[in-house]
Design a protein around this ligand. Sequence first.
Ligand code: ATP
Ligand code: PRP
Length: 205
Amino acid sequence: MFEDILSLLERGGYGFADYKKNPRALTSRSDCGSLSILFVRSTDVIPYVEFGGADAGVVGRDQIEEQNREVISPLNLNIGYCRLVVARPEENRPMGEEKRALRIATKYPRITETHFLARGIPVSILKLYGSLELAPRTGLADWIVDLVATGRTLRENRLEIEEEILPSTARFIVNPSSWATRNEAVRTLIDRIRPHVPESPVISG
Ligand SMILES: Nc1ncnc2c1ncn2[C@@H]1O[C@H](COP(=O)(O)OP(=O)(O)OP(=O)(O)O)[C@@H](O)[C@H]1O
Ligand SMILES: O=P(O)(O)OC[C@H]1O[C@H](OP(=O)(O)OP(=O)(O)O)[C@H](O)[C@@H]1O
């Protein structure tokens, strides 16, 4: 997704030649000098923006829903399209026939709990941080709740989609104080990238 974000910024007139020279730096200033970007983990974008470490950020809708924070989100960037899904081993029995609480491995415990609670299905949730697809294969969990983009990883691991929970694309988010005090600067940035936002959701390479 990161490359797609850089490309959107570039098309909006913000080149980052410095970043290309030194991709390991954690910050980079645009060639025009008017924009500095920070490189943080996808899960840390919301805290950085919420607590004012950055005026704005780009983050997947999946993280906005999982972290459940009030953020101003004035622009859907339509890149990084993926779906948060419930997936199960191909040979597994369908939902409703399980005798005990299903064990679900996920990076998204809040969304998962809310989803199964709403359906009245008892689950025990195991929070993991990556390579979720290994959990059913190794007996760590029955099912997983994970992001799917092309579907390749699920297929490779003989898993199939049981149910879609949430479609997600990248969102431009803004710190509420910055939205009030630096509104013109933030709007300039939005206005410059908006014409280059894809019309429909695009899977990032
Ligand atoms: N195939 C995909 N897998 C994971 N995330 C995806 C995918 N397609 C789009 N996304 C979006 O990208 C975000 C993850 O961004 P990024 O690629 O930086 O995460 P990552 O590589 O898992 O890094 P980390 O977890 O180490 O921060 C997700 O929150 C989601 O919105
Ligand atoms: O449908 P696909 O196009 O195959 O993409 C989905 C995979 O990509 C993500 O993993 P990521 O690369 O973030 O690594 P992770 O397993 O460490 O979370 C996600 O968790 C799936 O494993």
